[in-house]
Structure formats: structure tokens, C-alpha cells
Design a protein around this ligand. Structure first.
Ligand code: ADP
Ligand code: MG
Length: 718
């Protein structure tokens, strides 16, 4: 079938009033929409008997388990609310180790024997479900013959309704564990790590003199990058359909050199999509705040207002899901792969992270008073210590096959973890360290030992796009996540390692105070110690430069270039020790995560290798041969052209054979890491070689014979 080239897209095909499946009224005022599909605390208050609502809140605040009667009451109210809004089914919505979400739907209705059915939903069904644990990856924790696993309601993340033109589904956020109590998901460890951090930080805040704080929450707000392409091109590219990225495709003559996409207005069809996606998200209570074009043509970004890490991580899953679903209503496909197009900027996710108290203050906010600044320096130093000590673990927490194309390339942060503090804050640390600042530096005050800390820089003007971990005014931004990645693991790691560092710093301060030092001096002393031991992790320069790679090595920082380099750090002695100490993940749970991640890397590359070989042999090679025949049929005077393509065809055949051989020869029954290394060292180079020849052919073979849509079409038709 001949391809439809640069046709204009028929507006009626995508406009909401012209055939869209959308269920959103795009004209309704935002206030009526926000949270409309969430069984939120305010809905709970209005629907539950006063005493029940109060008890539920108490249980949530204290982290106690719900008693069966309370659960029954909540379940009844939840069911009635959902039925009124058109729900027929409910599901426990959970996050298995696959990196996406899973759900098993059950109907509310039960037949009662007289030919009718009644809607039933008890506290028991709310609290616990029993999906087949063997269908999800467990890294060996559950053998298939002992498949019992269960989902447990997470009352701290409100249930929500997923709408469909033909009905609605009540989704109940849940944790997923094996019958023996091991976490089989990404939510349980995140919740455990939030508890660990809360305990450590609450204690530290108390030590620093504030006894009002009972709980500390970690917060997250993720900036999500993605591509939108017309679906007709998507379906003409088996590589995109099967692997999420293009395995072939020559660089287009025009990339993002002109920056016209970045600074241009948002194309109309895209804006229509964004408006609908944002309204869908608003109904689900996801507080989307900003949207804009990104650097590459066809690339965009969306960011929410931050929330506590558990809800923020759930909402991030919903954001990815809604963007992908709504795109289809507009004839678009939303690509979340880290590197859908070679030679064009890839997509990442910036994980903005901080810690907030139940009394409303952000512990990473430099304050106006000396006490606030002392507190800020304490927590900021804890982060510096944690990131330096566990740089390999942080790197491992963002590893993945798509990331290998991006990290370390000249567009995304390097594979070396370092912290950007900004010049002003670094100056404060340097002054504390030397104890001898000039009049322009804070040490002029600090030196008096009176802790009259200066006003620290707020939202320092300088920015550094090349840093993987940047302080941005009142939060740290872990900028190296992949666009398709859930937030749970990186945040679990951050919370746990920072909890450990906070405890270490607290002990240091306590010991000094006990020996008679004033609190202020003790904190400054500890901060000074952190700085001299861990300042090597701080780097404000250009992370893309070759000099940095050399310097980082000199500083002893790790440069873990690929996924198989990074993942073993998930089970290193140091990782096992911190995760066990804080009871976030046991050694067995860590091993299962490691195995699942390594196996996913191998499986994904195996699929890529086979898809590439298949496309090259059955689509690209025949096109090249047809082109050669065309030349043969018109052979007068074009011998050079013929020998050019014959040469390339020979090279392509050779490359395909080598790739096919690499695909079939991959080792079985070996250690998971060895299988991954084989993929990286044998299959990937064979794929790269095939692509290199094929991309040259793309520039030679007659346009109407070339079977794949080209980058210049895919990226620029909006
Ligand atoms: P920047 O321009 O520095 O990236 P923005 O204000 O645009 O800052 O925020 C970017 C993201 O950071 C948003 O998603 C926002 O919600 C999030 N964010 C802001 N403050 C915090 C915080 N205290 N904790 C976690 N995330 C935060
Ligand atoms: Mg940002």
C-alpha cells in the first residue's frame, strides 16, 4: 500500500466535537472539574458518618491498620459514590515490577438467584485482593506453583474513577505483596522509605530545636517530556510499534538547529490534545501546572504542582497513561521512549524532590532567620553526603535500556552523578570550611560563632542543564530519570539514603552538644565535616565537557556508562546494608528487583535485535534491490550509481546475517548479567552496523520505494 505522505490531517478527525472519544467537557470551569473523579478526603467527609470519617483520618495520621467495621463503612460509601457516577466495576490498581501499572477488574454486581443482581462491595474486598502473583515478574520470589500474592488497599492515596465512553471503573490504589510478605511492587518500598525519612527528619528537626513537628513528608513534582507524532506514521513503523523507538532512520536535513519549535507557539492540534489531557488529569486530581514545547521538533513537556511522594508517584503513572490515551483521540501517538529518534534530543523526566514538615515548612528552603538557615544547611548537607556515598545506587535507580542512548550523550546529564549547588551556595560552604571569609562572604558572620547566618540565596539565578542532580532554590532536581520511568524507585532510594545521612549528621550534632558545644557551633562543625569529606560530588561546571569526565575520574567519582554497569549496584553490600537498616527492602527483595531489571534489559534488546533484523531483511533490503533493478532497467551511463548501491546492498546483507547470527546465538542458562552483557557487547553493535548501512541506503533509494516514513515526515507533521 502506497504511503500517504504529507497530507493535511482532517481536523474533524481529531477535534473533540468531531468524533473524539473524549468524555471531558472542555468548556466546564476548572473548579468544577478538579478532583471530580476522586474519592477525596472532602468527598469522604461529605459521605461518611462524622465518627467514621474521624476514625479514618486518625488511622491515616497514625499509620494504624483499619478495623473491619471501619473498612466496611468506607467501602459502602465508596461503592455508592462510584455507582452514582456510572461505575460498574472496581479494580485494585497496583505497580508491579514491570514498571507500569496493573489492574484486574471485578464487577460490583452479584446475582442473587432470582434473576436479578445487587451491587456488593465489602470492606474485605476494599482492603484486600488476590491477583495471580505468578503473572507478574518477581525475580524468583514467587515460583509459579505458589502463586499467591495479594493487593492491599493504600488508604493514603485516594481511589479514583477511570472514565470510558462505555462505563467507568473504580480504581483503588493498592500495594502488591507476596503471601510471605515480600514486596512485589514499587509502592511498598516507597511508603517504607517515606516512613524512614520521616522518622529521621522529625528527630533531627527536634534536635535542632523545633518540637512542633510530628511528621515529615517527602515531596515530588516531575517534569515529563514526551513526543507526539501522527499515528499514521506510527503504524507504518513496525520498530516504533514493537520497541517504542525507531531502529532505522537517517538524520533529517533540519533538526532543532533553528530552535523554531522550542520558541514557537504550540501547534493547534497539539494544544487541543493538551487541553483535553489536562482536563482529564484535573478530574483525577492531578494538579498539572505547566506545559510547553521542548527542544526537539515534536517534543513537549508537562509538569504538575508537587505532592507527597506516594500520591505524586501514583499521579505520575496516571499522567503517562492519560497522555497516551488522549493522544489517540487526536490521531496522535504519545511516545515516552527515552530516545525515539537517533540524532535528535531524547526525553527525560526531572524528579523535583524535597522534604516538608506537617507544620508546613520546606526543610530545603533557605530561610530568613539564622535558625532556618541552620536547619537548611543541616538538611542540604545530609543530601550532599547521601548522594556522594550512594552515587552508584542513584545511577542504578535510573538505569534502563532506553537510558543507554541518552545518558552521557551530549543532551542529557552524564552517567556520572554529581551535584550542582550554584555559585552562591558553594561559596557559603567554602566559607564554612575555611573559617575565613572576606567581608563579602557569610564567614564574616559565621566566624563570630554566633550563628548569625546570612540570608542564603533563594532561587539562585544560575541554572545548569547539564547536571544530573541540581539544587534549584528550595528543592533538589534529580534530572537524569528516563521519560518512561516510574518515580518510585529513584524516590525510594533518595528517601532511604537521605534518612541514613540525616541520622549520621544528627548523631554528630548530638555528640558535640553533649560535650558542651553550642547547638549552632555543633551544626556548623558537622556541616564543615560533610563538606570536606563529600565536596568532590559538587560540580557547577559543564557536565558535557570531556574535561569533566577526566576530572570526575580524578575525584574518584563513578562513571557507569551503561545499564549492565549500573544495575549490580542495586545489590552491592553498601546498598543492602542501608536498605536493611531502614527496613525498606530486604536483601531478597533487592535481589528480585535486580534480576527483574537485568532481565528486562536483555528481553528488550532481544526484541529490538529481532525487529531490526526483520525490518532490514523484509522491508529495507527488498527496497534497495528494487531500486537496483530500476537502475539496471535504465542502465545507460549510470554505472557509478549501480556500483554504489550494489556495494551497499552487499554490506547490508552482511550486516543482516551478522545480526541474525547474534540474535540466535545469545546464551541461555547463564547468569542474568552475562546475558545482558552479551546483548550490550554483541547484539547492540550488530544492530548499530545494520542501521548504519540502512541509513545510507535511505539517502539513495528512490523515495517512493523506501518503505518506512522518514524522520523529516514523522517529526515535522504536527
Ligand atoms: P524550576 O523552574 O526550578 O524547575 P518550577 O517551579 O517550574 O521550578 O518547578 C518545577 C517542578 O518542581 C514542578 O513540578 C514543581 O511542582 C516542583 N517543585 C517545586 N517545589 C517542590 C518541592 N518543594 N518539592 C518537590 N517538588 C517541587
Ligand atoms: Mg525544572
Amino acid at each position: 500500500m502506497p504511503r500517504t505522505r504529507t497530507q493535511n490531517v482532517d481536523a474533524a478527525q481529531w477535534h473533540p466535537n468531531g468524533g473524539s472519544l473524549g468524555t471531558t467537557d472542555l468548556t466546564a470551569p476548572g473548579a468544577q472539574i478538579f478532583g471530580a473523579n476522586v474519592f477525596s478526603p472532602s468527598i469522604q467527609r461529605s459521605r461518611l458518618p462524622k465518627a467514621v470519617f474521624k476514625r479514618l483520618q486518625e488511622c491515616l495520621d497514625s499509620g494504624q491498620a483499619l478495623d473491619p467495621e471501619l473498612a466496611d463503612n468506607v467501602a459502602t460509601a465508596m461503592k455508592e459514590w462510584a455507582l452514582e457516577r456510572g461505575a460498574t466495576h472496581y479494580c485494585h490498581w497496583f505497580q508491579p515490577l514491570t514498571g507500569s501499572t496493573a489492574e484486574k477488574h471485578d464487577s460490583f454486581f452479584n446475582p442473587v438467584g432470582d434473576g436479578t443482581a445487587i451491587a456488593e462491595f465489602s470492606g474485605k474486598e476494599l482492603i484486600q485482593g488476590e491477583p495471580d502473583a505468578s503473572s507478574f515478574p518477581t525475580g524468583g520470589i514467587r515460583a509459579t506453583f505458589e502463586a499467591r500474592g495479594y493487593t492491599a488497599w493504600d488508604p493514603s492515596s485516594p481511589a479514583f474513577l477511570l472514565e470510558n465512553p462505555n462505563g467507568a471503573l473504580l480504581a483503588i490504589p493498592t500495594a502488591f505483596a507476596s503471601w510471605t510478605g515480600e514486596a512485589l511492587d514499587n509502592k511498598i518500598p516507597l511508603l517504607r522509605s517515606m516512613d524512614a525519612l520521616s522518622q529521621a527528619a522529625t528527630k533531627a528537626v527536634g534536635l535542632l530545636g523545633d518540637d512542633q513537628v510530628a511528621k515529615v513528608f517527602t515531596t515530588v513534582g516531575a517534569e515529563q517530556e514526551y513526543f507526539l507524532i501522527d499515528e499514521r506514521y506510527y503504524f507504518e513503523r513496525p520498530d516504533l510499534v514493537t520497541t517504542g523507538r525507531t531502529l532505522f532512520g537517517a538524520k533529517p536535513p533540519k533538526g532543532h538547529e533553528l530552535d523554531d519549535h522550542y520558541f514557537g507557539s504550540i501547534p493547534e492540534r497539539v494544544l487541543a490534545f493538551m487541553l483535553e489531557a489536562e482536563q482529564e488529569l484535573a478530574k483525577l486530581g492531578v494538579p498539572i501546572k505547566t506545559r510547553h514545547n521542548e527542544v526537539a521538533p515534536g517534543q513537549y513537556e508537562v509538569a504538575p504542582i508537587f505532592e507527597n511522594s506516594n500520591i505524586g508517584a501514583d499521579h505520575q503513572h496516571l499522567t503517562m497513561q492519560v497522555l497516551q490515551n488522549v493522544a489517540r483521540r487526536y490521531g496522535l501517538v504519545c511516545l515516552m521512549h527515552e530516545k525515539p529518534f537517533a540524532g535528535v534530543n531524547g526525553s527525560g523526566k526531572h524528579n523535583n524532590w524535597s522534604m516538608g514538615t506537617d507544620t508546613g515548612s520546606n526543610l530545603l528552603e533557605p530561610g530568613a532567620t539564622p535558625h532556618e538557615n541552620l536547619q537548611f544547611l543541616f538538611f542540604c548537607s545530609a543530601v550532599i553526603q547521601a548522594v556522594d556515598k550512594h552515587q552508584a545506587l542513584l545511577r542504578a535507580s535510573i538505569a534502563g535500556v532506553g537510558q543507554d542512548h541518552r545518558l552521557g550523550a551530549n543532551e542529557a546529564p552524564p552517567a556520572i552523578i554529581s551535584i550542582f549547588l550554584g555559585a552562591e551556595l558553594e561559596k557559603v560552604y567554602t566559607a564554612i570550611e575555611s573559617g575565613s571569609g572576606d567581608a563579602a562572604t557569610p564567614q564574616a558572620y559565621l566566624g563570630l560563632g554566633t550563628a548569625v547566618l546570612p540570608q542564603l540565596p533563594k532561587h539562585g539565578g544560575d541554572r545548569n542543564r547539564t547536571s544530573p542532580f541540581a539544587f534549584t532554590g528550595n528543592k533538589f532536581e534529580f534530572r537524569a530519570l528516563g521519560s518512561s520511568q516510574p518515580l518510585s524507585l529513584p524516590n525510594t532510594v533518595l528517601n532511604t539514603i537521605v534518612a541514613e545521612a540525616i541520622d549520621a549528621l544528627s548523631s554528630g550534632v548530638s555528640a558535640l552538644v553533649e560535650s558542651g558545644t553550642t547547638l549552632e557551633e555543633a551544626v556548623l562543625e558537622v556541616v564543615k565535616g560533610v563538606w570536606s569529606e563529600h565536596k568532590r560530588i559538587v560540580f557547577n561546571g559543564d557536565g558535557y565537557s570531556d574535561e569533566w569526565h577526566a576530572e570526575a575520574e580524578g575525584r574518584g567519582l563513578l562513571n557507569l556508562k551503561t545499564t549492565p554497569d549500573a544495575l549490580p549496584h542495586l545489590i552491592s553490600e553498601q546498598t543492602v546494608s542501608v536498605f536493611s537498616k531502614y527496613e525498606v527492602l530486604s536483601e531478597r527483595e533487592l535481589e528480585s528487583r535486580y534480576e527483574v531489571s537485568v532481565e528486562q534489559y536483555t528481553a528488550k534488546l532481544n526484541i529490538e535485535g529481532e525487529t531490526a533484523a526483520h525490518i532490514a531483511r523484509t522491508q529495507l533490503l527488498p527496497a534497495a534491490i528494487k531500486h537496483l533493478n530500476l537502475l539496471v532497467a535504465n542502465s545507460e551511463g549510470i554505472g557509478t550509481l549501480r556500483s554504489e548501491i550494489t556495494g551497499l546492498i552487499d554490506e547490508l546483507v552482511e550486516a543482516i546475517f551478522a545480526l541474525e547470527k547474534a540474535n540466535v546465538e545469545h546464551p541461555h542458562g547463564v547468569d542474568v548479567l552475562d546475558a545482558a552483557l552479551y546483548m550490550r557487547d554483541t547484539v547492540v553493535p550488530a544492530m548499530d552496523r545494520t542501521r548504519e548501512v540502512a541509513d545510507q541506503l535511505e539517502g539513495i533509494v528512490a523515495d517512493d520505494l523506501w518503505p518506512l516514513p522518514k524522520y523529516s515526515e514523522i517529526l515535522f507533521i504536527k
